[in-house]
Ligand binder design. Structure first.
Ligand code: CTP
Length: 211
């Protein structure tokens, strides 16, 4: 099958030397891409900047900002059977990007941010994607409830949710423990390395039929 995976953080430019970003390492998305390629799938990885090595036999489309990631996904998603959105996309971006480096002046500096476009949320509605759609949810509270809301709102077949308030899993960790939130049921997976988890997740995703 043909699988599109988004991964990593995005970088939202403020001026020529500064940007807003987040703590995503990209590890979960890259592990999924590696697992999918090992399982014989054709994989396109659309990724924000990370320090990870590119997995073998994976096509790679590097992007920086949320807007660039949106465009890349929009132009590629139509030829895929499965789309997995593991990227930590910025929800807000500076409303204006300064042409020149912003100089230090007053005691405070206010940045005005505006909403980015929701890539996953546009997959079915705007991009008319009909394949299997998988989202991620990084939550600090009410994990299942928030993830189900995302699953239904963004028309996903499943949302892979994790509790990022826990120190032993998630962002900077080698391990992860996730909850699979389907539109009508929930399944808890045991804690394991991101590599093993990715393999098990790919097995589950391959067998899902798009709603
Ligand atoms: N996502 C995306 N494009 C965005 C924001 C998020 O594709 N601009 C995707 C992520 O890759 C992930 C899921 O949506 O698969 C996470 O959604 P999230 O941002 O947590 O959901 P929101 O509905 O924005 O909810 P929240 O209020 O928690 O931010």
């Amino acid at each position: 099958m043909k699988i599109l995976i988004t991964a990593g953080p995005t970088r939202e430019p403020i001026d020529p030397v500064r940007y807003l970003t987040n703590r995503s390492s990209g590890k979960m998305g890259y592990s999924l891409a590696a697992a999918a390629a090992k399982r014989g799938h054709e994989v396109l990885l659309i990724s924000g900047p990370t320090s990870l090595d590119l997995p073998e036999r994976v096509d790679y489309l590097p992007v920086e900002s949320a807007a660039e990631m949106y465009q890349a996904v929009e132009s590629q998603i139509g030829r895929h059977d499965i789309a997995i959105f593991a990227a930590a996309v910025a929800d807000y971006t500076p409303a204006q990007v300064a042409d020149q480096k912003i100089k230090k002046s007053g005691e405070q500096l206010t940045l005005t941010l505006e909403k980015t476009k929701d890539i996953l949320g546009s997959a079915r509605t705007v991009m008319k994607f009909e394949g299997t759609l998988v989202g991620f949810a990084a939550e600090t509270e009410h994990v299942e409830e928030n993830a189900r809301g995302k699953c239904l709102r963004k028309n996903c077949d499943v949302v892979i949710a994790n509790d990022v308030s826990r120190k032993d899993i998630g962002f900077d960790s080698q391990e992860n423990e996730v909850m699979l939130v389907f539109p009508d049921r929930t399944e808890n997976l045991p804690k394991e390395s991101k590599e093993h988890l990715a393999y098990h997740l790919m097995e589950m995703i391959e067998n899902l039929r798009p709603s």
